[in-house]
Design a protein around this ligand. Sequence first.
Ligand code: PHE
Ligand code: ZN
Length: 893
Amino acid sequence: MRNTNQDVKTIYRKDYVAPGYWVDTVEMGFDLHPQRTHVATRLHMRRNHDSAEKDLILFGEDIQLHQLRLNGVDLKRSAYQRNKERLIISNAPDTVVLEIETSIAADKNTTMSGLYVSNGNFFTQCEAEGFRKITYFPDRPDVMATYTVMLRADKKQFPVLLSNGNLIEQGDLGDGRHYAKWEDPFKKPSYLFALVAGKLVCQEEKYRLKSGRKVLLQVWVEEGNLDKTQHAMDSLKNSIRWDEERFGLELDLDRFMIVATSDFNMGAMENKGLNIFNTKYVLANSRTATDADYAGIESVVGHEYFHNWTGNRVTCRDWFQLSLKEGLTVFRDQEFSGDLVGNATGRAVKRIEDVRILRQHQFPEDAGPMSHPVRPDSYAEINNFYTVTVYEKGSEVVRMYYTLLGHEGFRKGMDLYFQRHDGQAVTCDDFRAAMADANGRDLSQFERWYSQAGTPRVKADGEYDAKRHVYRLKLSQACPATAGQDHKLPFHIPFAMGLLQQDGSEFALQLESGKAHPQAPRSIILELTQETQEFEFHHIEHEPTPSLLRNFSAPVILDFDYSDAQLAHLLAHDSDAFCRWEAGQRLAMRRLLKLVKSVQNGEALALDDMFVEALRKTLVDANLDPAFRELVMTLPSEVMLAEEMEIADPHSIHQARRFVRASLAQALKAEFLSVYQDHLTPGKYKPDAVSAGKRALKNCALSYLLEWSHESTYELAYTQYFEAENMTDKVAALSAMLHCSSALQPQYQARRAEVLQDFFDEFQHEALVIDKWFSLQACAPSTDVKQIRQLMKHKAFSLANPNRARSLIFAFCNANPAQFHAADGSAYELWGDAVIALNKLNPQVAARLARSLDRWTKYPVAQQEMMRAALQRVATTKGLSKDVAEIVNKALA
Ligand code: PHE
Ligand code: ZN
């Protein structure tokens, strides 16, 4: 039990011990009743002679134990020890058949982990440690077994009965009940177990694999949603084909199922053969889903499918290795989405979007109290480590192998990884070894990307020697101290770069002096392994503009003292789309930070023509991809600006950013209008990247136009709202009307109320659209704490549904900083109330929300005091889960 200051037990990576017993087979029988589900489990176990653990240790949580039989003999209560978390049998024989009978009240389970009921249907969620809420089991990922599962339930209430693998038998039991028996031929860890039972319908299709084998694909949803499954099905087929083509990996089952539920803590789950998804990542049609939703579905369907090899066939030895499967699988889903676009700019756009997520979310995490290495050394609650560091930075780490080893080299590494480890539970070191060995490379220094937390900074200095025609580039690296890691050793950093000429073309890059090699490459990857290194480029005829960290070749912060002119040059010419976009962001960031100071000092604000001109050129350049132009026109977010400041000032940041948007709108009114007109996409809605890019640019133009408060532009949005034939355009119009400067004008109040009401009325039966309705209001600059409390009382609001809680409360706390940091601290109180209420219902979701105050020490003292008080209030709440306790304790440490 916890002591009074709610310290929680820490688990360390260094303490790993192999399990005392292996499990070969698991047979389970479920008698499903919402109030009391009876579970009978038979385990065939055998001693692991290589383990230091001599006892037979099972985990179990919140379950009733009815019977325990070892090799056919009932175990008396004195024959084992049991506490709230564990059941331990000492002196067990080497071979054990263990029979366990347990029962669960699934209808009372509001945590959405283990077996739970959603809308009258049964679902399970076992990652990371939910299986122990179903039965006693050595619930750890290195225990892999084959499962046979018998499901019994009422026929009318639960006509559909699903579990992992293949359906081998089904039938009637008389008495209104029926059964289905499932067998999963592949060994798997318990976290991949799943069952679903209830009233569901499916879209299904026979699909032919490259090998000719036919498989059955199904997407299961609640009745009434079959008009929203096509995109998920298409995404699944694309995923199957992509993994065959890019990695030579085939679907190993005869049947692959996706099931959607509206009650889910995360995005989706890769249970073997039976992926369970949040409805948000399955359901879409043009009426209800936006382009972003379509893209999200494609990447999450891909992600879960790709786990079948990277995660399921080869899994993690322990949860410290989580990034082994998650970093790799995020890399794979990013590549999948990039490849599907099918052209270079589309790929670059995807890359920029991914980098933006990393910077917006992971960089702050790495600079805050929850900073941890990609492979953490300790945790109290593993659910708190499903983080952007493990996922997104983990993916960047995998991408660096790809960058260092090349397309073919990476594939060789993957092939060797599967050859060595198929069917095993392994570590990040095993993956690194496969990459190194397959390519004959020494990647020992690369290990630091797994063990050292924090975002490295790379400082670049360039010097041009006009006499020798040499450009000298000095690179130095440093990484700030993070919790428990004061001194960092140098990383192995792939640093892609090029040198631009005055006319925008690139110099040939030649690191040796002597004869000129005009055929030398124009873009190269330097390997920075020391604290400081120098590189000399020869035959550089005039002073170049360096294009650095191309394609964001490493997850670092790059410092280079660019002039405005150099940045404008890169923005206009760089062949590397990432650096081109980055140049625009740097120009904007510089101005925004200066303007924040001006706001703070009460000075007059002004925006220079040079910046406006640089953006104008991009905005109207018809040779550029619309999606790319939209990215350039999008200013760095308020959150990113806050991260750049010593002491964050959300209100001044908001004003400064608003000013820049309004100034651009004024200066580029005509351009925005014609871009708007030129990118209408009439006709049938198509979610492909090209059409989506056009809509994105058009709607970006619309949002700028509404920064310029004028009847005609407001009218434009109003008309678009009512005439929109797809959700992307409808939401964009609504968002512009609620979020832009003109939204603050009282004369438009009636119109705002009208569209909000109209939207609610039209979509009140579409839960995912009502989530948008809440989010749009939560993020509006005019929505204050009082209004959030009002919305929490709305009949459509529910804290117990994670999607709904996220749509209102998380959106407000994370994406409306100017209101969240209201001077009186009232929003921190709202945050505390919500965390405390959620803690009782759903600790995992509560702990996520708790993280909204991670960066509290970055704010002015007065705000800090109020945030600290709010954190303390939560920390001293009775009955705090270890999930929330770990987060707030770390924040307060
Ligand atoms: N493993 C899931 C994924 O990445 C995420 C998840 C974790 C879902 C824990 C549920 C619970 O894709
Ligand atoms: Zn995953």
